[in-house]
Write a protein that binds this ligand. Sequence first.
Ligand code: ATP
Ligand code: MG
Length: 225
Amino acid sequence: MLSPFRCILLGAPGAGKGTQLTRLVKHHPDLCTVISGNLLRQEISSKTPIGLEVENTIKKGGLVPDSLIIDLIFKNLKIEKLLNDSRSWLLDGFPRTVTQALKLDENLSKHNSLINLVVELKVPESVILERIENRWIHQPSGRVYNIQYNPPRVPNKDDVTGEPLTKRPDDNAEVFKKRLETYYNEATPLKEYYQKRGILHSVEGETSDIIFPKLIKLIENKFSV
Ligand code: ATP
Ligand code: MG
């Protein structure tokens, strides 16, 4: 059993946040996850006003406006009923800026459920670049495959639905470099912010198999009851 933990997962694009999340949920099935990129991609594929507004920015690898993503995340936290004391949950892709982090804390403090763990996944850049070339996704569910390390059972088809896999339009070499740069710029002040709060940790490794046991150990050490 784990006491309630509210975690932010940091890490460069391609560091394997999605993979770690999937594994964590298998290990702790009552854990909820909120993934900003997936929420945005769902808005885009449903052609909502938000989707239309952000589509171009995301394609180019920029960040969407703070106020827009803050509203979207909180709407989701409410829908999933995560704003109370007893649930454990994890955010991937949010906050990305100190403004977003401040707003998150301001809102969570009203619900007496502040973030109590921040983990950065550290993976060498050379490994990340190679991974992106091999990454395919099932857009509707957000499931991620790696053609080399984690291929679908049937080539180019999602394991669960059998639907076709696609490339993310922002996963090409040029846009990806920009996303990496954006990450390193934004993550530094964000990490300082959580460092001061004393809740910043990191786990390092070249593969998801190396990182996962470290991540589980960190969480269980801090939150097992
Ligand atoms: P990966 O999915 O490989 O970890 P990533 O973290 O760059 O890569 P996502 O989190 O899926 O990608 O986000 C995709 C895009 O959505 C970002 O490049 C950005 O344009 C937008 N986005 C997602 N979260 C935020 C956020 N918190 N603030 C601003 N823009 C965001
Ligand atoms: Mg992601």
